[in-house]
Ligand binder design. Structure first.
Ligand code: ZN
Length: 413
């Protein structure tokens, strides 16, 4: 790929052109603002992920993006991760708060909020939550490296003998989410401990966790990366590559024996004995920021219809059809679609504008269509469909959206 080509599909440039997000120096480097179009796409993806998790037995919570210093001392983050964190916020000498660098400490408190029985395990606590990293300003750009992160996160608390099946099921969910979003992973990576002091836990715990992850990767092609483990355990990372060829981690599954110890988490087993659960940290699609940096580039802004910011633009040929186009847009919105009318300027200019915005469906309403209640659909890829009744057109777009297809026509058409 040449420099110009990689520039063409750079997500920062497309993000500007498509009004998806803005990085304003006054807001701060690495603190992008999602504009309405970007927020609409992100909202659709968040709803999808939440629904996928709910169907897979996850329970969602909300927890605050900052907490008392002591919480992060207990979790080990202040000891092992302080370089990546913002300095504590001090209200008074004995009252300091930390912008959290991870959601795990709060989710450990969710687990600990009451006694737990083996019958509740695996207990899957999920949240799309805010967290912060004190990235140096030199490495920040667009959505791919940010300081405020919205992570698709969950912590699955299980008995040791449930871990293998739990990790395999997480890998299945990751593949399902990738297929719906159009993510094409560059590879799977088993991230292991490297030399040095930056790891907690004893050798036996690390060996057992590594063995469990290797077993879950049976039949999967993967590479090994010593030194890339989390400070508390080994992990499976699913890698993506951006337009400039840089590799980063999108999805991840991590085993942790350490935090259950630190937070003294337990459950009562079938015989009434107190047992320690294992904590599995996992993200199906990573942070919304990194995910969208990738999706913008891989689709060159032309998102699959189900998360396109605007799915259908209606173009009255002239002022006489403005009422019919507005009525059609109203019906589309009532049917759950994101639709709008563009009535200004020449028809050709409006068609080009919709193409520039990568809108998947353009509905042209001329005098004949307005008179007989039909619409002519033009697809983003240049195909045009014969005029069809409005209900059929809405049915067609609705079917593609509902199926979360990456194509523009229903599978049967
Ligand atoms: Zn975690």
């Amino acid at each position: 790929m040449t420099r110009e080509e990689s520039d063409m599909i750079d997500h920062r440039r497309l993000g500007r052109e498509l009004d998806l997000f803005v990085s304003d120096p006054l807001a701060g480097a690495g603190l992008p603002i999602w504009l309405p179009a970007g927020a609409a796409a992100r909202h659709a993806v968040e709803e999808y992920v939440r629904d996928l998790e709910r169907r897979a037995g996850y329970q969602h919570v909300y927890s605050p993006p900052l907490g008392k210093r002591e919480l992060f001392a207990l979790s080990g983050h202040l000891g092992y991760f302080a370089d990546d964190m913002f300095p504590p916020l001090r209200l008074s000498a004995d009252d300091e708060f930390v912008l959290r660098p991870a959601l795990c400490p709060h989710h450990a408190l969710v687990y600990r909020a009451r006694g737990r029985s083996y019958r509740e395990l695996p207990l899957r606590i999920a949240e799309l939550g805010g967290m912060y990293r004190a990235e140096r300003s030199g490495v920040l750009g667009g959505l791919s490296r940010v300081r405020a992160i919205s992570l698709n996160d969950a912590h699955n608390f299980c008995a040791l003998d449930q871990v293998g099946e739990e990790v395999r099921e997480i890998l299945r969910l990751i593949r399902e989410a990738h297929a719906a979003l159009g993510v094409r992973p560059a590879g799977f990576r088993l991230s292991l401990r490297g030399p040095g002091e930056k790891y907690v836990g004893d050798d036996a715990q690390w060996a057992r966790a590594e063995e469990l992850l290797r077993a879950a990767l049976d039949g999967v092609d993967f590479t090994e990366a010593p030194g890339e483990a989390a400070f508390y355990g080994p992990k499976i990372d699913i890698q993506i590559v951006d337009a400039a060829g840089r590799e980063s981690t999108l999805s991840t599954v991590q085993l942790d024996f350490d935090k259950p110890e630190r937070f003294d988490l337990s459950y009562t087993d079938a015989s009434g004995a107190r047992r320690r659960p294992v904590m599995v940290h996992r993200s199906l699609v990573g942070s919304m920021e990194r995910l969208f940096a990738y999706l913008i580039e891989v689709h060159q802004g032309a998102f699959p219809p189900w998360y396109a910011p605007v799915q259908l633009v209606l173009l009255p040929v002239d002022a006489g059809q403005a009422g019919a186009a507005a009525e059609l847009a109203r019906r589309a919105v009532a049917a759950g679609l994101r639709a709008e009318v563009d009535a200004g300027g020449s028809l050709g200019a409006r068609i080009r504008d919709a193409a520039h915005r990568r809108v998947p469906y353009v509905g042209v309403v001329g005098a004949r269509e307005a008179a007989d209640g039909s619409v002519s659909l033009r697809l983003r890829d240049g195909r045009g469909l014969a005029p069809m009744p409005v209900a059929d057109a809405l049915g067609l777009v609705g079917a593609v959206v509902a199926a979360r297809s990456t194509g523009l026509l229903p599978a049967a058409a």
